[in-house]
Write a protein that binds this ligand. Structure first.
Ligand code: GBH
Length: 483
């Protein structure tokens, strides 16, 4: 059967959830409102006369959602979203980052207003506890490279469950630990303060412990009365073997996925890093001990089985092929090289658009981990010139969402939710406002920060309402059965 190039008409399973995402630093502004504490992104975007950011901008005001959250809720309502994925700013809720020093009632009040406004419109709040902002004082003690952060994060998580968990049933500990533990020295961006020659494996070890602490706190202290779910969001693009007929290339694909996704998913499901990672990093460690730490017996049991679901952020695909390891860092440890294909379509900011890779990735994750998958981000970046008639983004969403349908219908992948990144144009980290991912346009030159739907917002509204793509030739909208 040939399914890959054909559009699949059909609808998603009953109860499938549709939503949109943002993150606190990228949209809120109010960087020093009330008693909010300073965090790494506040600090770093202000350093160096602003030159750390492409357009010398920062998130001081951003979309001003600290004041305009009701407009965001209106957009979500108009789109018929089932949920809204947003993040809490740790230093807004706990100004110093340490609960012992106090909790901000203004910060709690802000998120209470947002949560209540969402629920009044029937939209589920879906909270990420950490989307890359570390309170400055905690960073100064070493941030993710110091194990002290584990208990500070756990205390903050407890405050959040206690304050919001009566109304919030979906939680994510972390957004994309791969990016904040690794990106800075691989890509030279995105993780202020984590500088060479620090070790991504130390960061990951603390992140995994912190996730497990938060999940166990939720599970024992809050789940019995609050009844929600908690996962983590991992970023992963599909690794397509460059030569499909070469067993070495296929093995390289497996290594690529285990070193990107398994790095986190494996310990949180089994208590240990993926065997291939253990083997390769141990063999290459020049120190007496491996650069990849080991969970002792107590931590092994503690981190094992701490995912109610897996969150996935995915945007793109790349070719993978074997390397001799001399390329260094994590790809070198994995003995892989990555390439892109000149024939692939590109988004407006140059990322490869490869819809079939999304289906393959969802199916790989399903077969590997057998956990419900929530797609927590997927989207298309473009430059300002794109305007409101965002055909490239519309084509992207139609094709990617259709590949997700194929993963469910043909491959039986257990995908429960889909989240478009992003609800609104926002502060795109080191690219500032030069890259736009929103399905709603934001005018950053207007102090009112007006939001205007793009073509993609109208398109997603229809997909959400239809629960997919009902066959125009069939009178009923029930899902097409497997051919
Ligand atoms: C997410 O990270 C973040 O969670 C979010 O805050 C951010 O705004 C959003 O994405 C958009 O950037 O050049 O084709 O090889 C995404 C992590 C890392 C995914 C780089 C895509 C490169 C694609 N990304 N990767 S390509």
């Amino acid at each position: 059967r040939k399914v890959d190039d054909e559009f699949l008409y059909g609808t998603f399973p009953d109860g499938f959830m549709w939503g949109l995402a943002t993150s606190s630093y990228q949209i809120e502004g109010g960087w020093n409102a009330d008693d909010k504490g300073e965090n790494t992104w506040d600090f770093w975007s202000h350093q160096n006369d602003g030159a750390n950011i492409a357009d010398r901008s920062n998130g001081d005001v951003a979309c001003d959602s600290y004041h305009k959250y009701q407009e965001d809720v209106k957009l979500l309502k108009n789109m018929g979203a089932n949920f809204y994925r947003f993040s809490l700013s740790w230093s807004r809720v706990v100004p110093s980052g340490k609960v012992a020093n106090g909790v901000s009632s203004a910060g709690i009040a802000y998120y209470n207003k947002l949560i209540d406004a969402l629920l009044a419109e029937g939209i589920e709040p879906f909270i990420t506890l950490y989307h890359w902002e570390t309170p400055l004082g905690i960073q100064e003690e070493g941030g993710w490279l110091s194990d002290g952060i584990v208990e500070h994060f756990a205390d903050y998580a407890r405050v959040a469950f206690d304050a919001f968990g009566d109304r919030v049933k979906f939680w994510l500990s972390f957004n994309e630990p791969y990016i904040f533990c690794l990106a800075n020295w691989n890509y030279g961006e995105r993780s202020p303060f984590i500088e060479p020659p620090v070790k991504p494996y130390i960061c990951s070890h603390n992140v995994i412990k912190a996730h497990a602490r938060a999940w166990r706190i939720y599970d024992t202290e809050f789940r019995p009365t609050q009844n929600g779910k908690m996962g983590i969001t991992l970023n992963c693009d599909w690794a397509e073997p460059k030569d499909q007929s070469d067993a070495e290339h296929i093995a390289a694909k497996e290594r690529a996925l285990h070193f990107k996704f398994g790095w986190w998913a494996h310990p949180l499901t089994t208590g240990a890093y993926p065997p291939i990672m253990r083997e390769l990093v141990d063999a290459k460690s020049i120190e007496r001990e491996s650069r990849l730490p080991t969970f002792d017996a107590v931590w092994t049991e503690y981190v094992k089985g701490t995912l109610d679901f897996i969150g996935l952020n995915s945007y793109s695909s790349y070719y993978v092929l074997p390397s001799d390891g001399s390329n260094g860092w994590v790809n070198g440890d994995a003995n892989i090289l990555s390439e892109s294909d000149g024939s692939w379509n590109r988004s407006g900011i140059g990322w490869s658009v490869v819809p079939y890779g999304f289906r393959k990735l969802l199916t790989w994750i399903h077969e590997e981990y057998k956990l419900p998958i929530y797609v927590t981000e997927n989207g298309y970046g473009a430059r300002e010139a794109e305007g409101l008639d965002d055909t490239g983004r519309q084509n992207y969403y139609r094709a990617y969402i259709n590949e997700m349908l194929k993963a469910i219908v043909y491959d039986k992948a257990d995908v429960r939710a889909y989240t478009a990144w992003s609800l609104i144009d926002n502060f795109e980290w080191t690219q500032g406002y030069t890259a736009r991912f929103g399905v709603n346009y934001v005018d950053f030159n207007d102090p009112e920060r007006p939001r205007t739907p793009k073509g993609s917002a109208i398109q997603l509204t229809k997909i959400f309402a239809d629960n997919g793509f009902p066959d125009p030739l069939q009178s009923s909208s029930s899902a097409q059965t497997t051919p």
